[in-house]
Design a protein around this ligand. Structure first.
Ligand code: ARG
Ligand code: ZN
Length: 884
């Protein structure tokens, strides 16, 4: 059963108000629902069909009278009542403790929590569980006061008090109309960090972060991030907090990062809890961005929501764009902003590009799905954010703010579409290239696949012109053949060979316009001629990654070295180095000779390490070779084992040739000040950790014991998790003899810290493979007393570390990795289909593998597909994979 975008119909009924009463109990919760419903007179008269899943129905009343009903295609069907407006009362029960899917109402530890997006509300009670049905909710929670001292739902607390038998109640009212996916409740034994803040408007708000007892001191960073998000959204977009009370609740068992339920965000503990001793700099960054993301959804997602789930990127792409901008603004310096941008692009290329080239490829606004949960993807989120960034580039920061204002003026309080958003942006900027080419722009919403951009430049000394030939190609995909050109903003600069930035004057213009500008492509081919170009030059194209495309600029090594040394655009400086490295990895893959880096490349890397003007954070990114995951996507017919040995040999070479520089970098980047997870300190820690890894790696090649000893000492003495984990990883990754004692010590120190135990597993799961040892270790760790598949973070820590982070451990010539994968998909699917279907995607790109991997992967996929009773989530992934 496939749902199609073109089949969208407005609902036949509207639900105006919802009155819910919960008698909470982990084994059996009773749900009483009273709905005020009106017929949608624009639709044909028809029975009322309500969604419901895994519910036990007790009774149905219409206007107080019992009525007949039936179950049809998994829906509860009630014949159309005589009246066009009526009250529907439903009573049903659910079993939270049996809900291992973690969708709907479920138990985690001793508490009860909900997750409703996308279609979890139907697992709580019968409802029109679709985002265009928006209602005002009043919720009464009743439960044991000892077990559930805290009872929360959306909106404002109306009253609370004691009941008989040791029970108590709380009654909540949310004044904002909302779709059911934004409903939430929490009943648990929690404590809260509280802060009162006044918004610019002068309104007072109460912010609360709820966690388990004992975790309160780990909530400071989350609270600071929440306050910062609030201030940022007011300043940048004029969007104030619209609630008296804003709550965040952390829960151990959670399928994804977090959820933006109106006024009651529910978070994976991973994105709330942090202390210097237990969380890394990356964890602190993750908290800031996810707290921001969920907070920003309050406007982009909640105040304006999606008409249907095909429009998911309307809220997700836009909100990712907002959280990325927030993190960049928080990072401070231009260099720190660029470091964030590089990180975002790296993850787009490693996760979204392969997705867009494989069997799950779909447009930012998909056209069809079987299980909507499968479309919470890197394409909808990260590519969706890049598409919003394209708008931002085309209309500028002010134009974008004006577009947002118009968007809210038109659509506040409604469920709308991606087209509505683009239209508001265009209408607010009528003279922009966006408005002039709106239809071309919208192809980003309808066409899947990563566009290929080819650029060639030609300098003519006699005329002092530089001609740039740009062409784009949008590769055909199954179901998408004749694809049209897309709207690509191409940010460019021209660098003379000595590094000077040249003024940019296009033919026909009477003067130069700066040294950095945006060319707009709307057709397959364009020619741009720059005049008064006084020197031969190297084009710096797609600066800041101005469009999510694969660029072939035909630059030589010599050209790339100019960019790497001089580009004023930090992103392209980094990119030039990555391109040099990628060219070398490719060449090595196409030859049987042992991989060897040339002196020119090594000297360029040495120059980066020695360059005192560059920030440590940038150096760390520049010195990392492109990952195996990224390279595998850039090459056809990949042999993961060969790739691994090529890349490892090159890293060994960098470790050896730059030994003195690594020593110097390690020494120069010791942070002596008190721990702060800011961009400056974390950049220093990142570079020191990379240097240490290289030094310990070098020692493992020479048999030297000094650096492993130092790493062990640093691991023991570290005053923060970033340093401790960095040192531990240096030992584990080089398979040092000190690795096991360090791991044992690490486990003993942190055995009561769930989030640190996740790191304990993950770091072993993603260690560079050597002779099959890492894979064997992973299988062994599955039996560890602290390992479990029922907690998603823990399951991911080993399983996803293998399949998403460790290609050489996973893709084995004996197929053992695939056999393991197939077994785990089948096991997980009976427990948690959302988690299983995520894990199932590990073999998406099997058709791009060389033999014998390719056939073995196909066989594993076929084995899973042969299981008759797969969930629809996993079925969709597996069958698409099998079709190639
Ligand atoms: N809206 C949430 C967020 O962006 C994620 C919800 C994911 N839901 C799902 N079924 N995968 O933070
Ligand atoms: Zn989101």
């Amino acid at each position: 059963n496939i749902v199609r975008r073109e089949d969208y119909l407005a609902p036949a009924y509207w639900i105006r108000t919802v009155d819910l009463t919960f008698d909470l109990d982990a084994a059996k919760t009773i749900v009483a629902s009273k709905l005020f419903i009106e017929r949608n007179l624009e639709q044909m008269e028809q029975p009322l069909r309500l969604h419901g899943e895994d519910l036990n129905l007790l009774r149905v009343l219409v206007d107080g009278q019992s009525v007949s009903f039936r179950h049809e295609d998994g829906m509860l069907v009630i014949d159309a009542p005589q009246q066009s407006a009526f009250t529907l009362e439903i009573r049903n029960t659910v079993a939270p403790e049996k809900n291992t899917q973690l969708s709907g109402l479920y138990a985690s530890g001793s508490g009860l929590f909900t997750q409703c997006e996308a279609e979890g509300f139907r697992r709580i009670t019968y409802f029109l569980d679709r985002p265009d049905v928006m209602a005002v909710y009043t919720v009464t929670l009743r439960g044991d006061k000892q077990k559930y001292p805290v009872l929360l739902s959306n909106g404002n607390l109306l009253e609370q008090g004691d009941l008989d038998n040791g029970r108590h109640f709380a009654k909540w009212h949310d004044p904002f109309r909302k779709p059911s996916y934004l409903f939430a409740l929490v009943a648990a034994d929690l404590v809260a960090r509280e802060q009162r803040v006044r918004s610019r408007s002068g309104r007072d708000h109460l912010l609360q972060v709820f966690v388990k007892r004992g975790d309160l001191e780990k909530t400071e960073h989350a609270m600071n991030s929440l306050v910062a998000s609030m201030i940022w959204d007011e300043h940048r977009f004029n969007l104030p907090l619209d609630l008296e009370r804003f709550m965040i609740v952390a829960v151990d068992d959670f399928n994804m990062g977090a959820m933006e339920n109106k006024g009651l965000n529910i978070f994976n503990t991973k994105y709330v809890l942090a202390s210097a001793a237990t969380a890394t700099d990356a964890d602190f960054d993750g908290i800031e961005s996810v707290v921001g993301h969920e907070y920003f959804h309050n406007w982009t997602g909640n105040r304006i929501t999606c008409q249907d789930w095909f429009q998911l990127s309307l809220k997700e792409g836009l909100t990712v764009f907002r959280d990325q901008e927030f993190s960049m603004d928080m990072a401070g310096s231009a260099s720190a902003r660029a470091v964030r941008r590089i990180g975002d692009v790296r993850s787009l290329r490693e996760r979204q590009f392969p997705e867009d080239a494989g069997p799950m490829s779909h447009p930012v606004r998909p056209d069809a799905y079987q299980a909507i949960d499968n479309f919470y993807t890197a394409t909808v989120y990260e590519k969706g954010s890049e598409v919003v960034r394209v708008i931002h580039t085309l209309v500028g920061q002010q134009g974008f703010a004006a577009g947002m204002a118009l968007y809210f003026q038109r659509h506040d309080g409604f469920a709308v579409t991606c087209d509505d958003f683009a239209q508001a942006m265009a209408d607010a900027n009528p003279y922009s290239p966006l408005a002039h080419n709106l239809d071309v722009f919208k192809r980003w919403y309808s066409q899947a696949g990563t566009p290929r951009l080819t650029a060639r430049g030609e300098y003519n000394a006699a005329n002092a012109t530089f001609t740039l030939y740009l062409s784009q190609h949008n590769p055909a995909l199954p179901g998408q053949n004749d694809k049209l050109p897309q709207l690509l903003p191409v940010a460019v600069g021209l660098l003379a060979r000595d590094g000077t930035a040249l003024p940019l004057q296009l033919a026909g213009e009477d003067h130069a316009v700066g040294t950095d500008r945006v060319l707009v492509m709307t057709e397959a081919q364009h020619t741009f001629t720059f005049v008064n170009v006084q020197a031969d030059c190297v084009p710096s194209l797609l600066r800041g990654f101005s469009a999510p495309v694969v660029l072939d600029d035909g630059l030589t090594d010599a050209d790339l070295l100019v960019l790497m040394a001089h580009d004023t655009d930090a992103f392209n400086r980094w990119e030039a180095g990555q391109r040099l490295a990628l060219n070398r990895i490719r060449a090595a893959l196409n030859s049987d000779a042992p991989a060897a880096l040339d002196d020119a490349f090594i000297e360029a890397m040495r120059a980066v390490l020695n360059d005192t003007r560059l920030d440590p954070a940038f150096k760390e990114l520049a010195l990392l070779l492109p990952s195996e995951v990224y390279v595998a996507d850039q090459v056809t017919g990949i042999d993961p084992q060969r790739l691994h040995s090529v890349r490892e040999a090159m890293v060994d070479q960098l470790a050896t040739a730059l030994h003195a520089e690594w020593e110097a970098a390690f020494a120069a980047n010791q942070v002596r000040a008190g721990y702060k997870p800011d961009a400056v300190q974390s950049g220093q820690r990142a570079l020191a950790n990379l240097a240490l890894t290289m030094l310990v790696r070098h020692a493992s090649l020479t048999g030297d014991t000094v650096w492993p000893g130092r790493a062990y000492q640093r691991f023991k003495d570290a005053s923060n998790m970033t340093d401790r984990l960095g040192a531990l990883e240096a030992l584990v990754n080089s398979h040092s003899e000190l690795a096991q004692p360090a791991l044992d010590r690490f486990h003993a120190l942190f055995r009561h810290e769930a989030l640190v135990l996740d790191k304990f597993f993950m770091l072993q799961g993603r260690a560079p493979e050597k002779d099959g040892r890492v894979f064997a270790r992973i299988k062994q760790l599955m039996q560890h007393p602290d390992f479990t598949l029922t907690n998603p973070n823990r399951a991911r820590s080993l399983l996803f570390a293998l399949t998403a982070g460790n290609p050489a451990a996973f893709h084995r010539t004996d197929a053992a990795g695939y056999v393991f994968w197939a077994d785990m998909v089948i096991t997980l699917d009976t427990l948690n289909p959302q988690l299983a279907s995520r894990f199932a995607r590990a073999l998406d790109r099997w058709t791009n593998l060389a033999e014998p991997y390719r056939s073995a992967a196909r066989e594993a996929i076929a084995r899973v597909s042969a299981k008759a009773d797969l969930s629809s989530d996993t079925r969709e992934i597996i069958d698409r994979a099998l079709a190639g």
